[in-house]
Design a protein around this ligand. Sequence first.
Ligand SMILES: C[S@@+](CC[C@H](N)C(=O)[O-])C[C@H]1O[C@@H](n2cnc3c(N)ncnc32)[C@H](O)[C@@H]1O
Length: 322
Amino acid sequence: MQSVLQNACPERKKMSNYHTSVLPEETIGYLNIKRGEKYIDATLGGGGHTTQILEQGGKVLGIDVDQEALDEVEKRIKDQKFLVHVSSEKEQANIRLDADLILVKGNFRDIRKIAKKYGFENVAGIIFDLGVSSHQIDDANRGFSFSKEGPLDMRMDNNLSVTAKDLVNGLHRNELIEIFKRFGEENFAHGIATEIVKTRKEKPIETTKQLTEIIERVMPAKLNRMAAAARIFQSLRIVVNDELHAIEDALPEACSLLQTRGKLIVISFHSLEDRIVKHLFVKFEQQGMGKALTHQPVLATEKEIAMNVRSRSAKLRVFEKI
Ligand SMILES: C[S@@+](CC[C@H](N)C(=O)[O-])C[C@H]1O[C@@H](n2cnc3c(N)ncnc32)[C@H](O)[C@@H]1O
């Protein structure tokens, strides 16, 4: 049997850095950075988009749920000419509001509260570059990748209490079917959930490899097992991190934080995410908040896809506040 683990994502090996930003020129082009203006990067990741804003003179509030992302950006950007303030529990009295970059650990579903605390309430632009970073996928210990053996974790925020292992071992078969169908759009949801329930009766499913082997056992050899594993892993990740609700909560708040002609930019990687973004932008238009500048999403060019395979599924949409 051809192993999914052996064949997955050879392109990723070529990437040595933390994360390669997708659609960088398009994102910065739409933001049209002005020196001294404020921007929020709601998904800091490796800080690629943030660095571009800083280099053009913008001030950034960078948010991420993953402490590793914040540590990475702090380490890299502190060596440069920018003044960085890192948020902490005890900072109330001495927040450096003059900083070029403020780094905050938080969930973007709380964007309004976080922005208010740091004086980013009337901003020129906000970026949401959704999903996980290459670093998160490449780190086997995080459990995001079906192609790397590690614990079945998948939490972006390690303070969350429920992991993918808890879902796979604890949910009823019908709940697993629902997750695989709804968030993975997986045709073999019944078979995979049934095999999970059978396997876990003998021994708990604790690693990515065990789950991948279950998917391989169920999927007919002629079908793309790698794609099925990607869909199943993605569906569990969406539930562990409550990703779709976070987007639904955050975008209306983000829109309310924009100044007139401020831009809200969302890059999504999944049809369910893009559908939410598209519908919310229509709703914002109907509420008279502004207009969508992209009626069709902006996609990566062939050149970008050749350099960064992750950009293949990226869809960028922009909303402008009036
Ligand atoms: C695709 S990466 C962003 C990459 C970044 N734009 C760059 O250029 O390096 C997505 C990041 O968003 C973070 N993230 C995902 N959901 C989040 C949420 N609800 N709140 C805050 N951060 C989130 C992830 O931890 C990850 O670091």
